[in-house]
Design a protein around this ligand. Structure first.
Ligand code: NDP
Ligand code: 2IT
Length: 449
């Protein structure tokens, strides 16, 4: 139950409107619990209906995506784009292609994206989209035909000043290339800034591929330094997932002196007590698009076990969940604590259930929430948009340096906000409030209501 009668009323209405959207309810409740600490000081929010508007997407687009498989059969998937908030800039956020995609998941992701993008300090609104299409086991040609069909519908809703999609689960450089090609053909215009995560030869930014994982480690390093006078050096790290975010988080954690000993995919996990060999992982996952299990076949001394949750039985100092939402529940969190971890930072979006976060915080672990910790990806997307507008490219070092600055600033703004609302060190509260105050201020200033 929320303390504020106003916030409780808004939350009750969110549930009544869409009773089945559990992930969305979860994301909204977490933010409203944080706002409960400040809402009394801001009667203007209720007067102007700010919270009611904030939890309702500006636009929800749903469409049919027909495509032809390699056997010549017509398949039909469902595509979406949730344009959640354009208060502080054009809608911005990734596209997810995964069989579990539905409105609840995309609304939670779009909602969190508003606050995450606000924290970056760059002018980007919040959005998310995708389809219940499973790229696994599909040929390149099938993926291409799917992307072309998806963009044939999506193109009318996006643009560099309107809505700028990027990648997420199941959408990487290959998919963005096909999507951009179709956009360009349909529109007859080279609008590089309409998508981010593009190939380097057609307007992509150096360091965008690495950005989410690197950014996660930059923020975590700053958190360790400022809150525990410590660092990654000499620490044992476990990272779930083995996709874009996980691989580059492992690369940066290793560069900062840590030893990464486990990675996973949706089938199981690998454990390499000597430290994961990233060149092998990159070859398996990025080049061969094979399963993580192959690592244990090829690297002596490493082991594979079925079941992706088992990875959290591997003891670590720092846990970086980088796979998907709600993979760490209360019981799993207790195992991580019992095994002696000191910090958890979310590379994935909402990988920890609320009860798990409580377990970490009550046990005194440092906890960095996704909105702050994984904002480096979208921040670098913002830098890609800047470079596209200038028709110019920065070097890897320039982009990486800006990314580091942004992540350090996000940590401090988040930490300071937690102190200001009497929850010092609670970065969940800090990220929600620091992100929200800016968006709410703009909604009031623009008179959206
Ligand atoms: P990828 O598609 O590159 O990799 C996803 C990884 O997570 C794979 O190892 C995949 O395993 C695993 N995974 C996906 N779904 C599930 C599931 N239901 N259960 C168990 N494992 C699963 O995606 P990203 O690395 O880009 O994304 C990972 C997370 O990071 C997501 O939460 C995403 O929203 C978030 N994120 C991504 C950003 C980006 O820039 N890409 C930016 C900020 C956050 P398998 O191969 O078996 O499916
Ligand atoms: O969740 C995320 O922040 C992303 N998938 C990246 C979005 C983006 O627009 O770069």
């Amino acid at each position: 139950m929320l303390k504020s009668e106003y916030l409780q009323r808004v939350y009750t209405q969110v549930i009544a409107r869409d009773p089945d959207q559990r992930e969305f309810h979860q994301a909204v409740l977490e933010v409203l619990e944080s706002l409960d600490l400040i809402v009394e000081k801001h009667p203007e929010y209720e007067k102007h209906g700010i919270i009611e508007a904030f939890v309702e997407p500006e636009r929800v687009i749903s469409f049919r995506v027909p495509w032809v498989d390699d056997q010549g059969r017509v398949r039909v998937n469902r595509g979406y784009r949730i344009q959640f908030s354009s208060a502080i800039g054009p809608y911005k956020g990734g596209l997810r292609f995964h069989p579990t995609v539905n409105l609840s998941i995309l609304k939670f992701l779009g909602f969190e994206q508003i606050l995450k993008n606000s924290l970056t300090g760059l002018p980007m609104g919040g959005a998310k989209g995708g389809a219940d299409f499973d790229p696994k086991g599909k040929s390149d040609n099938e993926v291409m035909r799917f992307c072309q069909s998806f963009m044939t519908e999506l193109n009318r809703h996006i643009g560099q000043f309107v809505d700028v999609p990027a990648g997420d689960i199941g959408v990487g450089a290959r998919e963005i290339g096909y999507l951009f090609g179709q956009y360009r053909r349909i529109r007859g215009s080279y609008d590089a800034g309409v998508l981010t995560g593009k190939g380097l030869a057609f307007g992509g930014s150096l360091a965008r591929t690495e950005a989410t994982g690197y950014g996660l480690c930059y923020l975590t390093e700053e958190m360790l330094k400022c809150m525990k006078n410590d660092s990654f050096a000499g620490k044992t790290v476990v990272i779930s997932g083995s996709g874009n975010v996980a691989i580059f988080a492992a690369e940066k954690a290793t560069a900062l002196g840590a030893k990464v000993v486990a990675l996973s995919d949706s089938n199981g996990y690998i454990h390499d007590p000597d430290g994961i060999k990233l060149d092998v992982v990159k070859d398996i996952k990025l080049k061969r698009r094979a399963r993580i299990k192959v690592y244990a076949d090829e690297v002596p001394g490493s082991t594979y076990a079925d079941g992706f949750r088992g990875i959290w039985n591997v003891p670590c100092d720092i846990a970086l969940p980088c796979a998907t939402q709600n993979e760490i529940d209360e019981e799993t969190a207790k195992i991580i604590v019992k095994n002696g971890a000191m910090a958890v930072a979310e590379g994935a979006n909402m990988p920890c259930r609320p009860e798990a976060i409580r377990v970490f915080q009550e046990a005194g672990l440092l906890f960095a929430p996704a909105k702050a910790a994984n904002a480096g990806g979208v921040a670098t997307s913002g830098l890609e948009m800047s470079q596209n507008s200038m028709r110019y490219s920065w070097t890897f070092e320039e982009v990486d340096h800006r990314l580091q600055e942004i992540m350090v600033n996000i940590f401090h703004n988040t930490y300071d906000a937690s102190v200001e609302c009497d929850a010092p060190g609670d970065l969940v509260v800090g990220a929600n409030i620091a992100g929200f105050l800016k968006v709410a201020g703009v909604m009031l200033a623009q008179g959206l209501i």
